[in-house]
Design a protein around this ligand. Structure first.
Ligand code: GTP
Ligand code: MG
Length: 194
């Protein structure tokens, strides 16, 4: 899919601020610094549409990016960012959970987990939460450029075992090399059609 005019639309904390209408939403969730904002930039071939940072905790609100009115990418704040005050973390978690539970527009949830690291307790909690919402989801094993190409599939298989999801729910991704962009678009397009 080619997105001609990807646009930032709104940062939201509360339901009342979400975009109106029935446009489908593809949601990025995952630990702080795992590569959610970079993913969006990579998919639409922009350097800084979504704000990224080597300092974790950059994204603190739900950011809606309009993809030619065909769908939104929704960039959620990352969890597990210890520098954030407990109160702030709770506020962020509440806005994320409310969104995931109640938003009808959600078409696909993409959970990002760094391919190099074992899932954290927060990752497992989030995955279980996602499963409970009964929504369609996939896992992206991010930063795949950090391991040897020949080992990517075995890391994916290992991750599948740890998370107890089928291997074909897990896709490698690299914003750095832009490898796997095409295969990821295929998954997104398929989900938008159904
Ligand atoms: N090597 C490599 N680095 C990446 C990749 N994706 C993101 N990064 C780097 O990881 C850091 C964090 O990326 P972000 O996209 O800001 O992460 P995020 O998940 O949006 O983080 P929060 O907004 O804090 O939740 C940045 O320094 C990126 O350059 C990747 O595929 N490969
Ligand atoms: Mg971010």
């Amino acid at each position: 899919m080619i997105i001609k005019n990807p646009k930032f639309e709104i940062s939201a904390m509360n339901k009342s601020q979400y975009p109106k209408g029935k446009t489908k939403e593809i949601v990025l969730v995952g630990k702080s610094n795992v590569g959610k904002s970079s993913f969006i930039n990579c998919m639409v071939n922009r350097k800084s549409l979504a704000r990224t940072s080597s300092a974790p905790g950059k994204t603190r609100q739900l950011n809606f990016y309009n993809m030619d009115d065909r769908f939104y990418f929704v960039d959620l704040p990352g969890y597990g960012y210890s520098e954030m005050s407990k109160k702030e973390q709770e506020k962020v978690a509440l806005s994320v959970n409310t969104y995931l539970k109640s938003r009808e527009n959600i078409n696909l949830i993409i959970l990002l987990i760094d391919i190099r690291h074992a899932p954290t307790n927060n990752d497992i909690t989030m995955l279980n939460y996602i499963k409970e919402t009964n929504r369609r989801f996939i896992v992206l094993a991010s930063k795949a450029d950090k391991i040897a190409k020949t080992r990517v599939q075995s890391y994916v298989d290992e991750l599948a075992k740890t998370l107890d999801v089928p291997s074909d729910f897990i896709f490698p991704f690299s914003s750095e090399t832009k490898e796997f962009v095409k295969s990821t678009w295929d998954v997104i397009e398929e989900s938008l059609e159904s």
